[in-house]
Design a protein around this ligand. Structure first.
Ligand SMILES: NC(=O)c1ccc[n+]([C@@H]2O[C@H](COP(=O)([O-])OP(=O)(O)OC[C@H]3O[C@@H](n4cnc5c(N)ncnc54)[C@H](OP(=O)(O)O)[C@@H]3O)[C@@H](O)[C@H]2O)c1
Length: 294
């Protein structure tokens, strides 16, 4: 099967490319960058140089494939472009008559009707398009621990810092597992029409997570709740002034909410439909050990 991969040179969707290759499929990987395109050739992918803004290029690229794995990148140069990008990918797939459109929506598709909810608007456009689709709505990626808000504090201070209150449970999911689930869905066109809320199979509180890190790294790690302001400041330092404002506000609302939406799901029925071996937190931390030791 030939699959057009959006975001396949990045963190969230890179693992999907790997799983497509492992399963004997051919990923056509969209990138704006000629250098990355050359790297992909060596890895077995077919590079497609195009921008999500360029509908004609997307339509031509989609005509070359059987299916599409879509992802809207987390950080866009202009965040207002998201809806146009999502519509372009959907409309190109409609015109090409593709067999399955699998979308990793990066998080839950919230029913909040506000105009700024780009993800909901793309979802409605997809529903109305008549395309056969599946949508994945993951909780929080384990890869977030590699960010500058967590990895350095584990490495330098034996402190697992994250802007979530200590007693809140999270079903952390590995992006590698999301990739495996996306590929399993692309291989099962009979599943079209399904939305899957997905999480990891463990649901630790903050201190329980720190205990799993302690076991995997062989030293004592403790949990620390970051304030939203601390999280925003790390992002500002990393990506420029103001970059952390939106994320800080999101965590502020979450921390102040006495009954926030759950961040974990029972995966039994999902894994019956899509038989994927899910990562444990211990295995993931061991596999990424170099990020957490000095
Ligand atoms: N639920 C969660 O926990 C959650 C949700 C979302 C994000 N995150 C985190 O956010 C971080 C970012 O992940 P990411 O994969 O979104 O970003 P990334 O690693 O920076 O990769 C961005 C991808 O989008 C592509 N892209 C960007 N703009 C494009 C455009 N205009 N046209 C075509 N392609 C474009 C890039 O392609 P080229 O550069 O090759 O052109 C690249 O493949 C990760 O650390 C992730 O874990 C977490």
């Amino acid at each position: 099967m030939k699959v057009l991969m959006y975001g396949g040179t990045g963190s969230q969707a890179g693992p999907t490319v790997k799983h497509l290759l492992r399963q004997g499929h051919t990923p056509h990987v969209l990138t704006r960058n000629l250098d990355k395109a050359n790297e992909l050739k060596g890895a077995g992918g077919v590079p497609v140089v195009a921008d999500l803004a360029d509908f004609d290029r997307l339509r031509a690229a989609t005509r070359e494939v059987d299916s599409v794995a879509f992802l809207l990148p987390a950080f866009l140069d202009n965040p207002g472009d998201g809806l146009v990008f999502g519509r372009n990918a959907v409309d190109a797939a409609v015109q090409a008559g593709i067999g399955m459109f699998a979308w990793n929506a990066s998080g839950e598709v919230s029913e909040d009707n506000s105009e700024s909810n780009t993800i909901l608007q793309i979802f409605r456009h997809l529903q109305d398009s008549g395309l056969p689709f599946v949508v994945f709505e993951p909780t929080t990626y384990m890869e977030n621990w590699l960010g500058p808000w967590t990895a350095p504090s584990v490495r330098n201070r034996d402190e697992l810092s994250y802007p979530v209150l200590a007693d809140r449970k999270i079903g952390w999911i590995a992006s590698d597992d999301v990739g495996a689930l996306v590929v399993a869905a692309l291989e099962r066109p009979e599943l079209a029409g399904n939305r899957y809320r997905i999480s990891g199979v463990e649901t630790p509180t903050g201190p329980q997570l720190a205990a799993l890190f302690s076991g995997a790294l062989g030293r004592d790690i403790h949990y620390r709740t970051m304030t939203p302001e601390q999280m925003g400041a790390v992002l500002d330092q990393e990506f420029g002034p103001g970059a952390g404002d939106g994320v800080a506000e999101m965590y502020r609302q979450e921390q102040e909410d006495p009954d926030p939406p759950t961040k974990y799901h029972d995966m039994t029925s999902v894994l019956e439909a899509l038989p994927v071996k899910m990562s444990t937190i211990t295995d993931w931390v061991k596999a990424h050990k170099e990020a957490f030791v000095q």
